[in-house]
Design a protein around this ligand. Structure first.
Ligand code: SAM
Length: 280
């Protein structure tokens, strides 16, 4: 049974990087007039109340969006991200945080589609309630890796797949590689973004090697850490591995990630990694 609830973590430093890359990837697809399809395999509950008991337990949003909320000198991409989050907080105070489904929904055009999958019995109800009826959006209580695969290739032949697992089950690390290989086989031109935490660096190295061993080309990694790797419990960094990234993304991240590492890092310990895992 799944027990992970993202409400404890919403708006933390990991969400900042994840959602900036989500926004930039969708914005890039919008540069062409043709419609596209977004698939969010691990959608979560859709939105988060930052004044709830869950979010206030560890105040993780203070490590991420909270540090950016009142900054006046944000780099352009970060300013765009913060302005999207501000649309959910019309009093000016930070009390709400949209999840990936609501962020993507804001960016969709009339002709684009969004398919959302969530497996947790409570989260799927919250997700359905958080998204008003919208003919562009399809929500299913299902395993997003299997169900998402069946949607590929989308009829639009243009698409973005966000894979944002909780890694509650250790086999998730292997499962995401197998799923990405299968998805890429069916839809080789799609853009895929896989989120990962850094809790035990060996697992990340294995994940990166396993992805390289699939033979998939054009893979970029973007990582943001707030403190050095450690043997102690807890996430020190997180990243996104992007297959077929927008060609502008690496240059954008080279500008933004060092800034984020500086602003979000703990006592000067912030760092970032930008790496090509596989060439085009
Ligand atoms: N993407 C969300 C966001 O950015 O707001 C957060 C998602 S959270 C990290 C991961 C979610 O995946 C949890 O809500 C969990 O219940 C769900 N989940 C876990 N395994 C799943 C699976 N196989 N298929 C669909 N959802 C799954």
């Amino acid at each position: 049974m799944l027990s992970y609830r993202h409400s404890f973590h919403a708006g933390n430093f990991a969400d900042v990087l994840k959602h900036i890359i989500l926004i930039q990837s969708v914005e890039y697809l919008k540069k062409k007039d043709k419609p596209f399809c977004c698939i969010d395999t691990h959608a979560g509950p859709g939105r988060y109340e930052l004044d709830s008991e869950y979010a206030l337990k560890n105040r993780e949003f203070d490590t991420g969006i909270g540090k950016l909320w009142n900054c006046n000198d944000l780099p352009e991409l970060v300013a765009h991200y913060v302005s999207l989050i501000k649309r959910f907080n019309n009093t000016g105070k930070l009390t709400r945080y949209p999840g990936s489904p609501l962020i993507t929904k804001q960016l969709l055009r009339e002709k684009d589609r969004l398919c959302l999958f969530e497996l947790h019995n409570t989260e799927i109800k919250l997700l359905t309630a958080a998204l008003d009826k919208d003919k562009r959006i399809h929500i299913a209580h299902a395993d997003g890796l299997n169900a998402g695969l069946k949607l590929l290739p989308p009829f639009e032949r243009r698409g973005f797949v966000l894979i944002d697992p909780s890694y509650e089950i250790k086999s998730d690390y292997q499962q995401v590689v197998e799923s990405l290989a299968a998805m890429h086989k069916r839809f080789a031109t799609g853009t895929y973004a896989l989120w990962y935490p850094v809790v035990d660096r060996r697992r990340n190295q294995e994940l990166e090697h396993a992805l390289q061993a699939t033979g998939i080309k054009n893979i970029q990694l973007f990582e943001l850490g707030i403190r050095a790797d450690s043997n102690e419990h807890g996430m020190t960094a997180s990243g996104m591995i992007v297959i077929n990234p927008p060609w502008t993304l690496a240059a954008e991240m080279r500008q933004v990630l060092p800034w984020l590492a500086d602003v979000l890092g703990n006592d000067g310990q912030g760092f970032c990694r930008i790496q090509t895992l596989a060439n085009e």
